[in-house]
Write a protein that binds this ligand. Structure first.
Ligand SMILES: *Cc1c(COP(=O)(O)O)cnc(C)c1O
Length: 354
């Protein structure tokens, strides 16, 4: 039976990416060798890394604008500290929109003063803070563009004088924006780009080298840039598979086409959540994420029946994060509109039968 994978991460990838990645594990492009047994210094793999890095700049329209692309390890969680290690000299601002920004704040405090410029903690992170002042003189302002756990998303990126640093783990490549407004973008691959193990970093090079502290090589963006993201053995399988997803994305029409598809999927599901009296959205309507829709049953008694129904329909990964409960439907780029339709049918079925 076909599975409809709504998992929050690791998550669904395009079927053809999966097939090509599996082929490459057996035999990379007719070399007679596996992707995971050739040297990362081989011409074949160096070409893969270069293709992946240049596709990122192309898709984000950042070519020739002073940005460097790295595929590192350690996940977005490593970037919580690496961003601060490389950019925080005195004082940085953070917008607290939930668990992930909270973790980023905790790490940054090891390196300097951290101002919580705005927070939506008072409403259990159901919303995105608005209308706040960003103080002058920050080394950077950090935000989490999409809050995977609570299902909120910045629709408007705050403007300020300081460079913007963004954790885009769960909405990277899902919607068009002017990426040149950011000084540093990072994202764990496993939400919208590839398998776990690679972390994408896009950084404006002129922001580096300004802090006075010494930075260990493995944590220094400049060291990785000087080695073309091959300072040490890169996560070859994760980089290769991310490269395949980037090629797939380009063939689909790029980020703008993804945005259109994602908006349709989100609209379909949120309409059902709003119209069906058995369901209630968790996030404030204006701040709802197009990637992760969070919702609950209005009558908890229906839980067992609903759970049986969606599982029987081949749906996977619908349980909410353990800290929020309820349900979370993650609708990353590779999830089809058809899969969202299956979920919506189950939800309306429940209403008919309840
Ligand atoms: C999943 C996630 C993370 C953590 O990513 P790891 O790669 O597991 O470290 C950080 N930020 C956001 C927004 C996420 O969704």
């Amino acid at each position: 039976m076909k599975k409809h994978n709504f998992s929050a991460g690791p998550c669904i990838l395009p079927r053809e990416v999966m097939d090509k990645a599996a082929d490459a594990v057996r035999d990379l492009d007719g070399t007679g060798l596996s992707l995971i047994e050739i040297s990362h210094r081989s011409a074949e793999f160096v070409a893969v890394m270069e293709r992946a890095r240049s596709l990122v700049l192309e898709l984000m329209d950042l070519e020739g604008k002073g940005y460097e692309v790295l595929f590192l390890q350690g996940g977005a969680s490593m970037q919580f500290l690496m961003a601060a290690y490389n950019l925080l000299e005195t004082r940085a601002g953070y917008i607290n929109t939930g668990t992930w920004s909270g973790k980023a704040i905790k790490e940054a405090r090891l390196f300097g003063e951290v101002l919580e410029v705005a927070s939506s903690e008072a409403d259990q992170f159901r919303s995105i803070p608005k209308g706040f002042e960003v103080p002058a003189g920050l080394d950077y302002l950090h935000l989490t563009t999409n809050n995977t756990i609570f299902g909120t998303q910045f629709k408007d990126i705050p403007q300020c004088d300081a460079p913007l640093v963004a954790d885009m783990s769960s909405d990277i490549f899902s919607r068009s924006m002017d990426f040149s407004q950011f000084g540093l973008i990072y994202a764990g691959a496993q939400k919208n780009m590839g398998p776990a193990g690679a972390t994408l970093v896009v950084v404006r090079e002129d922001l580096l080298g300004r802090v006075t502290r010494k930075i260990p090589s493995m944590l220094d963006y400049q060291v990785h840039i000087s080695k073309d993201s091959m300072f040490n053995t890169p996560p070859v399988f994760a980089v290769y598979t991310s490269m395949l997803t980037l090629q797939w994305l380009k063939a689909q029409g790029g980020i703008a086409a993804m945005e259109e598809r994602n908006a349709k999927k989100a609209k379909l599901l949120y309409s059902e959540i709003d119209l069906n009296p058995l369901f209630q959205g968790f996030a404030a309507t204006a701040d709802r994420s197009d990637m992760n829709a969070t919702f609950t049953l209005t009558d908890p008694e229906l839980k067992d029946r609903f759970d049986q129904m969606w599982k029987a329909a081949g749906i996977n990964g619908l349980n909410g994060h353990r800290s929020v409960g309820g349900y979370r439907a993650s609708m990353y780029n590779a999830l089809s509109l058809e899969s969202v339709g299956v979920l919506v049918d189950v939800m309306s079925d429940l209403e008919r039968k309840a």
